[in-house]
Design a binder for this molecule. Structure first.
Ligand code: GAR
Length: 205
């Protein structure tokens, strides 16, 4: 239909600072995302991601779990909201909550997550600290499909980051963020263009 964009519609989920959300929004502005961010979904009212969404003129949907009786009710409300915004794809960007079956079932193979380690190493909420404490010399960033297994879905993109002898969690995180901001828009573009998943292996077009 004339005048109607055929671009896929993306929702970005955040809980905190939202620097990855901003990297995606910036890429979108430059026409380099292959999708349009139509809503930023957030579970915390004090998240700086809300300020960033306002700056980019992207609607922020705040759905606090405590406003709902159960995790199922919270997820149901999120799915309803995604349908209202006619969302096709989802990018989890520092969303510090387990995405459960209701959302996964509504968007099978359509949800990306970014994680600050080379998966399958250092899953969980403290990947940068865990890598430093383990003493690895190389860590990195992974973007993968979200599945029922936490940080366990098929990987679409990865990039290594060297751990330097003087690194603190802060200095390492800074370099990890720089890589995240570069590869997350690329991964979203690849998903939007279409992927094939065979077992654990993703083939991109
Ligand atoms: C990012 O480093 C992301 O990889 C990490 O949270 C940070 C969010 O930063 N996610 C996880 O650890 C998920 N297990 P941001 O809010 O500035 O984008």
């Amino acid at each position: 239909m004339a005048g109607v964009s055929s671009q896929k519609r993306l929702a970005v989920f955040c809980s905190g600072s939202g620097s990855n959300f901003e990297a995606l929004a910036k890429a979108g502005r430059r026409g380099r995302l292959g999708t349009r961010i139509v809503v930023m979904v957030c579970d915390r009212p004090d998240a700086f991601a809300v300020v960033r969404a306002n700056r980019y003129g992207i609607p922020a949907a705040l759905l606090e779990p405590k406003a709902f009786g159960s995790r199922e009710a919270h997820e149901r409300a999120i799915v309803e909201m995604l349908k209202k915004f006619r969302v096709d794809l989802v990018a989890l960007a520092g969303y510090m909550r387990i995405v459960g079956a209701q959302i996964l079932r509504a968007y099978p193979g359509k949800i990306l997550n970014i994680h600050p380690s080379l998966l399958p190493s250092f899953k969980g909420a403290h990947a940068v600290r865990d890598a430093l404490e383990y003493g690895v010399k190389i860590t990195g960033v992974s973007v993968h499909l979200a599945t029922e297994e936490l940080d366990g879905g098929p990987v679409i993109l990865q990039e290594a980051v060297r751990v330097l002898p003087a690194d603190t969690e802060e200095s390492l995180l800074k370099r990890i963020h720089a890589v995240e901001h570069k590869i997350y828009p690329e991964a979203v573009r690849l998903l939007a263009r279409g992927i094939k998943v065979k077992g654990r292996v993703i083939k991109t077009k």
